[in-house]
Design a protein around this ligand. Sequence first.
Ligand code: RET
Length: 303
Amino acid sequence: MWCLFYIGGDSLSNCIMSRLAETAVMQVSQTDMFQHVLNEPTIGTSIYLNIGLAGFTLLLFAWLGRNVEDPRGQLIVVSVMGVSAVSIVSYSGLASGLTISILEMPDGHALEGAGTTLAHSGETVEGTIALWGRYLTWAFSTPFILLALGLLAGSNITKIFTAIVFDVGIMITGLAAALTTSSHLFRWFWYAVSCTFLAVVFYILLVEWPEDAKAAGTTEIFNLLRNLTVILWLGYTVWWALGNEGAGVIRDAGITSWGYSAFDIIAKYIFSYLVISWTVQNEDIISSGTEFGATGDAIPADD
Ligand code: RET
């Protein structure tokens, strides 16, 4: 705009070119984000370590589950392998800079006006780092967790479907909360919607599936995994509220990221290991319930 004032003294095109150059310096490219992750030890380790773990566990689970023959047991094994597979994609998206942005927080946010110093260049840019790719890819990984839990509980397809639909809702509205920069209130509005969806998933986990698990004879393992899931999923929710994208009690993007990575290690890999090792040892229980997944009483054969 103010290039117009230059028309008298300087040439207009020179002015526009220099303005554009300045803007370019201020903008953060995907390469900058990639380099930042590579050179900033806290964020970097929180991401690269998880790529390694996801790859390792994918191979480990394939090997551990290699002798499972029951189709229902195999589906459980494939489900938890899916968690690790999506995780490789998720963390690679973050490592490459594809799913990370520097976002300027809206008025009223604790990090409003905050800057980020890029680790590789030392340059400070306006905004805080949002690793929004996490929320996007959780929409693909967490359904596998719920599928495995629902199958272990002997749930019918309706409850599994409902849990998964609301679960995807949690992650997509969580993504909306992270990416909204127009209004501080709207960020928390999305957060509240996401929490409401979480309540639906918790209802299924805490009220519906325990009953099914009792009937299926899988109460012990189901309760262990359910408790782990409820505690950790609450952990993710509180961490977002405290982290650099939420209330900013934890202002550092690297520490916020490490929190999620630590939760991921338990909620994905340790959870999956428990699921697979139990399934391998209890294939008979997994395959014994003829009514598993049925939506009505079985009709006896007429012979
Ligand atoms: C967000 C913020 C918005 C409110 C809520 C959240 C909950 C996230 C959860 C994530 C679980 C992730 C897992 C990943 C494993 O691959 C999006 C943090 C409710 C519950 C288990």
